[in-house]
Design a protein around this ligand. Structure first.
Ligand SMILES: O=C(O)CNC(=O)[C@H](CS)NC(=O)CCC(=O)C(=O)O
Length: 273
């Protein structure tokens, strides 16, 4: 059995405040069984101008946030998906929106850099977003084979692009740290996230930011954990806290046998020559 945990939070500009909140959530968990904890996008700093994320971009894994993530994973003995936080990139005036999978020994297993940039205009109180102004997009699909299962990593806006999930091949657990807006979340969050669980026949752990942030941005909350059949195993509303579900990854096998979607897929990425 594996405990899946989605942490929902209203991240602030202050990094220490956000790290303290995460540690408080970890402190409440029963980690007597293997546990996977997933933080939301921008967990360490949110609600500032994007430029201020660049100001705190860290070198790979030795900065305050990266080190805290490794320390917490080891202290609580959990697999920890670090939402996203800014790491330096090859471009001096950009950071990468990096999502680490850290093992219970505190070592970084792999790093996913958000691929799809949220450069859009929507009818919410922010109006338009240009994530690519300060964020360097990633270009590598990351799937990690671990003792608790094969874990696919994606972030927020990525959920709108089925090709990314097709390229992952078969996964047991899909994690989706997010900072989905109130406006688009209301319209699309559940449909998009649940669709990934159903089409991949996998568990999905999707923590979201929630509430109103320092810069007035409003995020949707509704952090959710779906089963491979698309059942809601746990969900929050707008409140702070964690959505948790105790699952058996091997439950996927019966569903995959009875409905071998992956084998039937005529557009599987390994079909692409
Ligand atoms: O810019 C920051 O401060 C941190 N990054 C975010 O909040 C990102 C980019 S603006 N948000 C999203 O991708 C929302 C996607 C979304 O809501 C949708 O796909 O509908």
């Amino acid at each position: 059995m594996v405990n899946l945990v989605a942490v929902q939070m209203t991240s602030q500009p202050d990094i220490d405040e956000n790290l303290a909140y995460v540690e408080k959530q970890l402190d409440t968990l029963d980690t007597s069984e293997p546990t996977l904890v997933v933080l939301p996008e921008c967990f360490a700093r949110f609600g500032t101008r994007d430029r201020e994320l660049l100001d705190v971009a860290e070198a790979r894994y030795s900065g305050k946030i990266g080190q805290a993530m490794q320390d917490m994973a080891k202290k609580y003995g959990v697999y920890l998906v670090t939402g996203t936080f800014p790491l330096v990139s090859e471009e001096p005036d950009k950071f990468t929106a990096s999502c680490l999978l850290v093992g219970p020994d505190g070592n970084v297993i792999d790093e996913y850099k958000k691929i799809h940039m949220f450069d859009v205009a929507i009818k919410d109180n922010t109006g338009s977003y240009q994530e690519s102004k300060y964020t360097q997009a990633g270009d590598r699909v990351v799937v990690c084979d671990t003792p608790i299962g094969r874990i696919g990593l994606a972030v927020c806006y990525d959920v709108r692009f089925p090709g990314l999930f097709n390229a992952m091949g078969d996964v047991d657990i899909l994690v989706l740290p997010a900072a989905f807006t109130q406006h688009t979340g209301n319209a699309h969050w559940h449909t998009l996230v649940r669709a990934r669980a159903i089409e991949k026949q996998c568990f999905v752990v999707a923590p979201n930011q929630t509430g109103e942030h320092a810069n007035g941005r409003q995020t949707f909350g509704h952090s959710v954990i779906y089963s491979p059949w698309g059942d809601t195993l746990a969900e929050l509303g707008a409140q702070l806290g964690t959505a948790q579900a105790r699952v058996s990854v091997s439950d996927r096998e019966e569903l995959k046998m009875s409905m071998p979607v992956s084998q039937h897929n005529q557009f599987r990425s390994d079909f692409v020559k």
